[in-house]
Write a protein that binds this ligand. Structure first.
Ligand code: ATP
Length: 455
């Protein structure tokens, strides 16, 4: 692997996320719950934008992928047929001295990494969370919290095929919560017990699967770079044949240079016809496809790109983060792509004088239906710019005393800190264009350059 050039440490990110309302420990006032996290007012916007960018590029912009939203609790036979009840297991070892538990796969030596104590023999531990349907906690009532969203798409294959009238190749996409009783969690939101997945099953004609597998590896890499991940922070890690799951013909991880090292961001697998065949056999239903061209029935192969939403959020945060010397201070700024940025526009009156505040509030009210915005009239303007930089807000609109006379406001661009002055009447359309990528110095009618910081 190339050198990991990510600039930010995990400590800095965690502290920024807590300070600015991105991410908090779950149940914090009770001491937290390990492996669980809460997204705050800014974090929830960031996460929604990541999911929306994925949904848009796969479901909205393409003609061959449709979405679903299946239930988290499913008939337990689903997990028996899929192989999860028998084999969704991790090897667990425990330290005989300090009693910490470890996933054997993560250890390099045969001693406890924490205290050097002796470890127990490995025992396999099923990482699916169990619960019960109804008031009686017996075996017949056991249901699982899904550890992935994929099975919801396989068991709906027939429903989607007949109602959407799609022909091969086509995909079913889904986003949602998944739960894994991980032996060890850590590295912030990288490995949690409750997390979100965005994944899709792309069904193809057997024999074309290799081509589609390669196609999706490329497409998924492009998706990350399109929204601001640096290409040099992405890598591919193909699984060697002997490490593949028994049903998979190929699997490649997209890995990212996280602050704790290179690690999996997304897994792309060629799962062959394993899942559909398993469910067909266990349910007694036919889950195949009639090919009008060749006049034959067959079970499609499937390519599955499966990405962790929270890991993607962490990657976007890492690559957006920057510290830049600014005069005699250090400016912390998140250079989010405008589609990913949680807040798009902040409206800031220069002072709290009543007539200024009233104009600024009117402007804010007119922008709110179009963009996720913030209004801030506390502290000095410099402090408020800094705060918005730390949230990654692409544009600040400043309302000053002159605005009361000339009906113009200043737009400050986050990355360059350049400023232009535009008529209030053109503000909304100007912001729309800038958020779509137009250069800050392309001016609307009546607009002018206000301040050129750096280019
Ligand atoms: P790992 O090897 O890191 O445990 P995995 O290979 O088990 O991951 P998959 O089953 O392929 O992961 O899950 C698909 C995606 O879901 C992963 O690429 C990752 O982004 C995300 N993911 C998996 N487990 C977790 C977790 N415990 N916390 C957060 N995200 C996760």
């Amino acid at each position: 692997m190339p050198e990991n050039t990510v600039k930010v440490s995990m400590e800095k990110l965690v502290s920024l996320c807590q300070r600015r309302g991105f991410i908090f420990p779950s149940s914090e006032i009770y001491g937290g719950l390990s492996g669980c996290w809460d997204y705050g007012p800014v974090g929830v916007e960031l996460k929604r934008n990541v999911k929306q960018a994925w949904w848009r590029s796969l479901v909205q912009e393409r003609d061959d992928v449709v979405g679903i939203d299946s239930s988290i609790l499913m008939n337990s036979r689903v997990w028996e047929a899929s192989g999860h009840v028998a084999s969704f297991k991790d090897p667990l070892v425990e330290c005989k001295k300090c009693h910490l538990r470890w996933k054997a796969d993560d250890l390099t030596g045969d001693k406890c990494p924490s205290c050097g104590g002796e470890l127990t023999e490995e025992r396999m531990f099923n990482t699916m969370f169990k619960t019960f349907i109804g008031p009686v906690e017996d075996d017949a009532a056991v249901v699982y919290l899904r550890p992935e969203t994929a099975q919801g798409m396989f068991v709906n294959f027939e429903n989607v095929l007949t109602t959407s009238r799609k022909r091969l190749p086509f995909g079913i996409a889904q986003q949602g919560k998944a739960f894994r009783n991980e032996i060890t969690t850590g590295n912030f939101i990288f490995r949690s017990r409750e997390f979100e997945i965005m994944e899709f099953e792309y069904f193809v004609k057997p024999g074309t699967d290799e081509r589609w597998f390669n196609y999706w590896v490329e497409e998924r890499l492009n998706w990350y770079t399109r929204f601001g991940i640096k290409r040099e922070h992405l890598g591919l890690s193909p699984h060697p044949k002997e490490k593949l799951a028994h049903y998979a013909r190929a699997c490649t991880d997209i890995i990212f240079a996280f602050p704790h090292g290179w690690a999996e961001l997304e897994g792309i697998a060629n799962r062959t016809d394993f899942d559909l065949k398993q469910h067909a056999q266990a349910s007694g239903k036919t889950l195949d496809y009639y090919d009008d061209e060749t006049k034959e029935h067959y079970v499609p192969y499937v390519i599955e790109p499966s990405a962790g939403v929270d890991r993607a959020v962490l990657a976007f945060l890492c690559d957006a983060y920057d510290e830049e010397p600014d005069k005699d201070e250090m400016r912390v700024v998140l250079h989010f792509h405008p589609d990913i940025a949680p807040i798009k526009v902040a409206v800031l009156p220069l002072s709290r004088k009543e007539n200024l505040v009233s104009l600024a509030k009117d402007i804010h009210a007119s922008l709110r239906p179009c963009f996720m915005t913030q209004y801030d009239d506390t502290q000095s303007i410099g402090r408020r710019y800094r705060r918005q930089d730390e949230l990654g807000t692409p544009f600040c609109v400043t309302v000053d005393f002159q605005s009361l006379e000339d009906n113009m406001v200043t737009i400050r661009e986050r990355d360059s800190m350049n400023q232009i002055r535009v008529p209030i009447a053109t503000l909304k359309t100007t912001l729309e264009k800038k958020l779509a990528g137009e250069d800050i110095f392309v001016l609307p009618e009546g607009g002018k350059i206000w301040k050129e910081e750096k280019t």
